[in-house]
Design a binder for this molecule. Structure first.
Ligand code: C2E
Ligand code: MG
Ligand code: MG
Ligand code: MG
Length: 282
């Protein structure tokens, strides 16, 4: 009957939650070693000009190759990294690895496009963050113009003055700043105009519905007009269908990222997506 089925459901729920807690404990225990001993890996996802199909940038996204649990997605360990402070060495590794990878690609003749790395609020608020990033780039002799930092809207909402100062110095050095998952936070127009940012990344949740939901389309249109008012670049995240591409084209939003153009893949698979050919063919 309903009662016993309900009971069964709860038992199942408890069991899966216990498994989840267990997994989290394992991840907490192993994260430091993973950073030190090289169990993290970066995947890369293309950012594309929808008019030409040309590659205009990449985003580096971290994964954890856990010896027992297999490939662990970032959503399972970024919050652990933030809570333990390990996000700082983790993202330092991400920055260095992404820059080295770009340099290798450029040596191999691939185009010099910017790579984006995600920056946690915890890392952003480190007192030496600007020096740390700039000294890494200097040491690698990496062009600051080819680096983009993606920061979420919520990370910007606390310590506003400090954030503005930090981002301003990074931008001054030539690095571009993107506001990630835009639309999911509560930035006001007046706050946005104070931020030293270059680009808004429209969150996937709005793009998902643009072809089917009038509300999503209205929100995307509003974000686009805001970005134009503020003279910001814009990129649509989470493009999965041709229909979405056509709609964005109509709205004159010409930069996109999503499974439609390519899922995040390991470095060795990235150029197999065909971006060189498309560039030569255009
Ligand atoms: P994000 O920065 O917004 O990155 C985009 C996420 O959306 C990626 O998930 C990507 O695989 C996914 N995505 C891209 N296109 C599509 C699409 O068309 N459809 C769908 N369904 N998903 C799409 P991923 O790689 O699992 O990363 C999730 C989040 O983890 C990232 O979201 C970012 O917030 C965080 N993350 C990854 N690497 C780092 C890092 O080094 N530092 C920090 N702080 N966060 C990171
Ligand atoms: Mg991002
Ligand atoms: Mg995003
Ligand atoms: Mg996101």
């Amino acid at each position: 009957d309903a009662q016993s089925r309900g009971g069964g459901r709860f038992a199942f729920f408890d069991r899966s939650r216990a498994l989840e807690n267990h997994e989290r404990l394992i991840l907490e225990r192993d994260l430091q070693a993973a950073i030190e001993y090289g169990d993290l890996v970066l995947f890369y996802q293309p950012k594309v000009d929808i008019r030409t199909g040309e590659l205009v940038g990449l985003e580096a996204l971290v994964r954890w190759k856990h010896p027992k649990l297999g490939m662990v997605p970032p959503l399972k360990f970024i919050s652990i990294a933030e809570e333990t402070g390990l996000i700082v060495p983790l993202e330092r590794w991400v920055l260095r690895t992404a820059c080295l990878q770009m340099q290798q690609w450029m040596r191999e003749g691939h185009p010099p496009v910017p790579v984006a790395v995600n920056l946690s609020q915890i890392h952003l608020m480190q007192t030496d963050i600007v020096e740390s990033i700039l000294s890494t780039l200097a040491e690698l002799n990496y062009d600051t113009k080819l680096l983009e930092l993606e920061v979420t809207e919520s990370a910007m909402m606390n310590n506003e003055e400090q954030v503005i100062e930090i981002l301003g110095r990074l931008k001054q050095a030539g690095i571009s700043i993107s506001l990630d998952d835009f639309g999911t936070g509560y930035s006001s127009l007046s706050y946005l105009q104070m931020l030293p940012i270059d680009c808004l990344k429209i969150d996937r949740s709005f793009i998902k519905g643009i072809a089917t939901h009038a509300n999503s389309l209205a929100i995307v249109e509003m974000i686009l007009s805001m970005a134009r008012q503020l003279d910001l670049r814009i990129i649509a995240e989470g493009i999965e269908h041709e229909e979405q591409v056509q709609l964005l084209r109509g709205l004159r939003c010409f930069t996109a990222q999503g499974f439609y153009y390519g899922k995040p893949v390991a470095a060795e698979d990235f150029y197999a997506l065909g971006f060189d050919q498309r560039k030569l063919g255009s």
